[in-house]
Design a protein around this ligand. Structure first.
Ligand code: BT5
Length: 226
C-alpha cells in the first residue's frame, strides 16, 4: 500500500514529503535539520529511523499522530519485546526516556506524519537524561528495515480503521499502553498544571485531574511524567 523513497541525507523528511503523493513514505538515513514540535529540533544522526508518511485524511488529523504512536509501539514490541509507554500526544517513552517522537504537519490538503526513532544512532550528550535508543536498551544493533516494515504494516491497518471512522477502537488500543493513571506535570503556554493523566476525549484532548478533583482539558502542551 505504501511506496517507499529512500534518501541518504535530507534536511527533514517532513519537508521533502511535501512533494510526494498520498501513501508515499520518505525515509532518510540522517537529517541535517530534523524538526520537532513548536520549531524545536530533532537530533537525527546516522543509524536512527527518520521517516514521513504522506496521507490525505483531513478529517481528525490528530488521530494520525495517535495511530503512528500505536503502530511504532507495536512494531518495537513485536520484534524486540520492548514495552514502551505512549505519552500524550506524540512520544514513546521507555524507563522515563524518549525513544520516539512524532510530528504531524498539514500542508495543502496533505497530512505528513513524521516519525523519528532512536535505534542505532548516537544520542547527543545534552539529551542523555531524557532520551534513549533501542541499541542502548537492548545492548545490540537493531534492524531498522524490519522495524520500518512492521511499523508501516500496522500503520496501514490503523489507517483503514481511521478511514472507516472506528475512533473508539483506535482510542481503546492507544489506552492499552499509555501514560493514563500516571502523575504528570503539564506546561501549556505560560500555565502549569499538576495532577493525574485521567483520560483523552473524542477530540483527543487530554483530561487531567488535579488534587482538588477538578478535571482540566489540555489542548496542547508538554508533559513531564512524575
Ligand atoms: C517531537 O517533537 O518529538 C517530534 C519529533 C519528530 C521527528 C521526526 S524524524 C522524521 C520527521 N522529519 C522531521 O524533521 N521530523 C520528524 P517534540 O515533542 O517537540 O520534541 C522535541 C524535543 O525532543 C527537543 O527539543 C529535544 O529536547 C528532544 N529531542 C531532540 N532530538 C531527540 C532525539 N533524537 N531523541 C529524543 N529526544 C530528542
Amino acid at each position: 500500500m505504501f511506496k517507499v523513497y529512500h534518501f541518504k541525507k535530507l534536511t527533514s523528511t517532513n519537508d521533502r514529503a511535501k512533494d510526494f503523493t498520498e501513501n508515499s513514505v520518505i525515509i532518510a538515513d540522517e537529517q541535517t535539520k530534523g524538526k520537532g514540535r513548536f520549531k524545536r529540533g530533532w537530533s537525527s544522526a546516522k543509524g536512527g529511523i527518520y521517516l514521513s508518511i504522506v496521507s490525505k485524511i483531513k478529517d481528525k488529523p490528530s488521530y494520525l499522530t495517535l495511530i503512528a504512536a500505536i503502530s511504532t509501539q507495536k512494531a518495537i514490541e513485536d520484534i524486540y519485546g520492548i514495552k514502551t509507554i505512549i505519552k500524550w500526544p506524540n512520544d514513546l517513552i521507555y524507563n522515563g526516556k524518549k525513544v520516539c517522537g512524532i510530528l504531524t504537519t498539514i500542508n495543502k490538503q496533505k497530512a505528513i506524519i513524521g516519525i523519528g526513532m532512536n535505534t542505532n544512532n548516537k544520542i547527543p550528550f545534552s539529551l542523555r537524561n531524557k532520551a534513549t535508543s533501542l541499541n542502548k536498551i537492548l545492548k545490540k544493533k537493531v534492524n531498522n528495515k524490519k522495524i520500518i516494515k512492521r511499523l508501516l504494516n500496522h500503520f496501514g491497518n490503523y489507517l483503514k480503521l481511521l478511514k472507516n471512522r472506528k475512533y473508539s477502537k483506535i482510542i481503546k488500543d492507544w489506552k492499552k499502553n499509555s501514560f493514563l493513571g500516571f502523575n504528570i506535570e503539564v506546561k501549556t503556554g505560560n500555565k502549569k498544571y499538576i495532577g493525574i493523566a485521567c483520560n483523552i476525549d473524542k477530540n483527543l484532548f487530554l483530561i487531567l485531574k488535579d488534587k482538588e478533583g477538578r478535571k482540566i482539558k489540555i489542548i496542547e502542551g508538554d508533559i513531564i511524567i512524575k
